[in-house]
Design a protein around this ligand. Sequence first.
Ligand code: SAM
Length: 248
Amino acid sequence: IGSLWVVATPIGHRDDISARAIETLRKVTLIAAEDTRHSRPMLLQHNIGTPLVALHEHNEREAVASIVRRLEQGESIALISDAGTPLISDPGFRLVRAAREAGIRCIPVPGACAAITALSVAGLPSDRFVFEGFLPPKSAARRSRLEELAGDPRTLIFYESSHRVVESLADMRDVFGAQREAVLARELTKMFETVIGEPLSQLALRVANDPDQQRGECVILVAGRGEEADAKLAEGQRVFAILREELP
Ligand code: SAM
């Protein structure tokens, strides 16, 4: 019986792929990829000539059955997505589930993930966080999702498409409040990488006024509830302590 290797690929910079990932992708007999035309050039850059098969939302059911059959026959197969870690807002969940149910070993080969990459430089609390993936595209559904999250004390991490970033930041400002701290991490590991952190009102305004900030790929991170409230409380206590000293 073969193994399913779940392999992370770069999210931008071509060298952000591990030596073990390259070795694995060379030695397996088949690579299941989200979009074979997209992955082929990246694989060729690393001299990986392994045959590819498509595994995406629209063919997942049939593709999973055929890949699991091949694994059961003893082949070692790798799963990759267009970028970053498979299954993280990307296809693969059904394949991994079916493989595990069939008793096939699933071996992770870790690497880039935009959510974790963004969190590592955002300067927001990272001891507890929630990954929310993509928000609903329509504003009403997006706002109700944000309302569910408004009281969460953990750092919130969202993926967003560049053509919705303005609307999403405006909804976040309205639901979480103008002062809530947020970070926009754009084009990570690429030429125009930018990481901007400021209160939601400022960030929403800046992005709305600057078309350059509406391009490329982005992660939005929002401080959990309480961070700024706690900071205000501490500041209040500091001022009160000073005043108390001065009072007769
Ligand atoms: N599987 C990927 C991962 O591990 O991060 C995520 C795939 S998801 C379809 C694509 C989304 O991830 C983009 O819309 C964006 O929100 C985020 N993303 C991917 N690459 C990025 C990058 N280089 N900089 C910022 N965000 C990125």
